[in-house]
Structure formats: C-alpha cells, structure tokens
Design a protein around this ligand. Structure first.
Ligand code: FES
Ligand code: FE2
Length: 446
C-alpha cells in the first residue's frame, strides 16, 4: 500500500509542472508570432475584401458628414498664430501667449471698436424654441431667447429688479422671459408683465429690448451708438432655404473688428499669404513643390454699390498644377454693413454660399464664423469647403493675432482699394461711437 501511495504522489508531482518566467516569455512570443502569422495570412488571403470594406467605410463616413452631420471646426484664440512662441506645456503656454499679447502695441488713432450695424449673436439652430442664451458682445450683456411663437428676441441680460442675469437659468414662459431670481416676467416690448403675488404691476418697470433680425442662419442684433432704429435690414437668400447646411468654422481672433472685412479690399495679400495650396503649407518650406501640389493665383476687384451699406468684390481664382489650371472658381462677395458677408462660390463642383459674421466680443477680440450651405448634389463639396476655407482663413488669423494698427499706411498702387474700403467703413461710426480707449476701460490693459 505504501508503495502505491508513493507512486501516486510522484505522478501528481509530474502532472503539476510549474512554468518559470523564461518559459512563459517564450510561450507568449510563440503565441504572438503564430497569431501574427495567422492574421497576416487572413489579410493576404482577403486583402481585396478588406480594402473594399475600408473604402466603403470611408465613403459612408464622408457621406454621413456631408449630408447628416455638419462639419464643425472651432479654433480658440491660442490655437493659431503663436508658433513663434517657444513651446511650453499646458497653462504656462497660455501665460506666455497672454504676455506676448500684453506687449503688443495696439497702434495709434485706432478706430472705435464697435461700429453701428447688425451683428450675429448666435446661430439660429442653437436657439431652439424655449431656449435662453447669454451672449457678451459689443460691450453689452445680452440675453437671447425664442418664444413659443418661434420668434427670436434679444433683451438686456440684467434684470431691473435685483440684477440677476436672465440669460443664466432664466426661462421662457409663452413669449416672455422669466427671471431666475424672483420669477418676474418681461414681455414682447420688454415691459414687466408678471410679479409673483403682486396684482397691479407698477408702471415703468421694463427691460431694454434690442432690435433683432434672423437671417442667413443667425440671430442678429442692431447696435447703434446713437440709439437709432435699424437703417437697413437684410432680405433672406432664397438659396439658403433650399440648400443644406454643411457646417461651420469658428475662430476667436485678437484683432480690431475692421481688420477682418478690410482683408477683402486688400488685393495684394491674396497672392502673398493665400498663394499656397488650400491643402498644405509644405510649399512654404519647399517652394519647388508648389508647382506639383498646386498653388493659387488670384485676381480681385473691390467696389462700392448703390446701396451705401453694401460693398462688393469679385474674385477669380485659378489653381495651377504644373502650369495647368486644375481648379478654377469664381467668387462673388457682398459685404453688408460692418459685420456680415455673403460669399458665393461657383466652380466645376457647383455652387455654395459661405456666410461670414464678425462679432466683437471685446474691443480687440472678434468671433468670426463661416456657415457653409450648398445644394444636395454637391454636399461633399460643401463639407470640404468648411475645412478648406478655414485652412486659408487661418493664414490671415496668424497675421491678425500679432499685428498693430497703422492709421495712415504708405499706400502703393495695389492698396488703392484699402483706402477706399476705410473711407466706406467710416460710415458705420458716429459721434457717440465709444472710443477704443474707453472701451478698454483700463488703459493699462493696452
Ligand atoms: S432679480 Fe430678477 S426678479 Fe428679482
Ligand atoms: Fe486673407
């Protein structure tokens, strides 16, 4: 019996074999190699199917982004134009950029920061029925809301009772806005219509209501330093109600508000900073590649129109690859007032509209948004345009974020439109336009 027991113990010891770490390592290597070879074998065997699947997925993704999910590109202030500041990680980089901005000279005889005209405060699609949005712009605090009748309205943000911000936690009741603090309500014309437990509302309690216009996919406020009513409105574009919204790109820019539209009248800069391909900056460092990748040649013409608040520009663009004009398009631009631009693209892929709005968030801080619309048949072109246009626009942003204001430039022949543009733009200032110095409140901020 004892012998049998010993034999059993010996067998059990043989069966329980403990692997040392070297054996585990070798086993894993072996397993990985076998799996890798098996995978490689499958890929090789079904390479056509796999390639087809990848292409199909890419096509589905592009179609989805083009037709059902607008392309949204948002660039914060620190994103563009600060590559010259040595790279430091995280918060320190923001501090370095803030320091370089503080050291920047704004310039002399800078025009007022807030011209008179219409300014976009929000996208229509973001202001759904019953929604309330606070917006700070033009040295004001606004509250936007959409009543149950579907009409967008703009009022001052601060409640006349004890100063709560209606845009933060305020709510829509019918077509009124209700304050979040003590539930006072303000109606159509800004007058107070309801105070809890008060039967007779005292007269004269009201909130400032701003003139509001909804067109080109945005909600616009009329700002006028003299307090005048709107001097013009903008009729809707029929195309925008028939075409699809392909997306938007959005930039926060440290610049004077006039710098942005002045770009359209600056013909000479087009063949300088916008000559490189809309796809890549590589030609900047390797100029010989510009002929292979392609580069832009621009011709422009900026003029006033019969309507004093509208200027127009026509642009012919040729995209040259090895001396062939691979992608010509023409662009018709309408500048409506100080902060609203309609750009109409026409090329072999069809038409598209880019709607630009410039909103002065602060005296030297602009929010620029481009919303792109195109017909159904060329939705892919519209979606690509959101990115391509942003790529070209970023080249301007680099300059704007670092430039100073020159009030009397040494104009040369190519700058004649800039002089005409500045003259045209001056109509949007008036006697009470707040000066740059006052708008900045603290002169030390310069
Ligand atoms: S602060 Fe608005 S109701 Fe009191
Ligand atoms: Fe430009």
């Amino acid at each position: 019996m004892a012998d049998t027991h010993e034999i059993q113990i010996e067998n059990a010891q043989c069966q329980i074999h403990k692997w040392n770490s070297e054996e585990v390592f070798l086993f894993l290597i072996n397993l990985t190699c076998r799996l890798g070879l098996a995978l490689f074998d499958i890929i090789f065997k079904y390479s056509n199917v796999i390639l087809l699947c990848i292409v199909l997925l890419a096509v589905v993704y592009v179609l989805y982004k083009s037709y059902w999910s607008p392309v949204i590109l948002i660039r914060e202030l620190t994103h563009t134009g600060f590559d010259h500041i040595p790279y430091v990680k995280g918060r320190d980089r923001v501090l370095h950029i803030a320091r370089s901005q503080r050291n920047r000279q704004v310039g002399e005889r800078v025009p007022p920061p807030y011209p008179n005209g219409w300014f976009a405060l929000a996208e229509s699609r973001d202001l759904t029925v019953g929604k309330v949005i606070p917006v700070d712009a033009l040295g004001q605090n606004f509250c936007l809301y959409r009543g149950e009748d579907g009409v967008a309205r703009i009022v001052d943000a601060y409640c006349p009772h004890l100063g709560a911000n209606l845009g933060v936690e305020g709510s829509v009741k019918g077509n009124c806005i209700e304050c979040p603090f003590h539930h006072w309500r303000f109606g159509e014309n800004g007058a107070c219509t309801y105070i809890p437990d008060v039967k007779n509302i005292p007269k004269g309690i009201s909130i400032k209501k701003w003139d509001c216009m909804e067109v080109d996919g945005a909600v616009w406020v009329w700002y006028d330093a003299e307090g005048r009513s709107p001097m013009w409105t903008v009729p809707p574009l029929p195309e925008l109600s028939q075409w699809g919204y392909r997306g938007r790109n959005e930039f926060l820019i440290s610049a004077h508000t006039r710098d942005i539209p002045e770009n359209a009248a600056d013909a000479a800069h087009l063949n300088c900073i916008h000559q490189l391909s809309f796809m890549t900056n590589i030609g900047k460092h390797l100029p010989f590649l510009n002929n292979i990748i392609g580069h832009h040649i621009w011709e422009t013409d900026w003029t006033k129109t019969d309507e004093s608040h509208i200027a127009q520009m026509s642009i012919d663009q040729n995209y040259m690859v090895l001396k062939c004009n691979a992608f010509p398009f023409d662009l018709r631009v309408k500048q409506i007032g100080p902060a609203h631009v309609r750009l109409h693209f026409n090329c072999i892929f069809g038409e598209a509209y880019v709607i630009q709005s410039v909103t002065p968030v602060g005296p030297m801080l602009q929010k620029v948004v481009h919303r792109i619309y195109s017909p159904t048949y060329n939705a892919i072109f519209g979606a690509i345009l959101v990115l391509a246009e942003a790529y070209q626009f970023e080249r301007d942003v680099v300059v704007w974020n670092n430039k100073t204001h020159v009030s009397s430039p040494p104009y040369v022949k190519a700058d004649k439109s800039i002089r005409a543009f500045r003259d045209w733009f001056s109509q949007f200032y008036s006697e009470k336009s707040v000066s740059m110095r006052d708008a900045m409140q603290n002169p030390l901020d310069w």
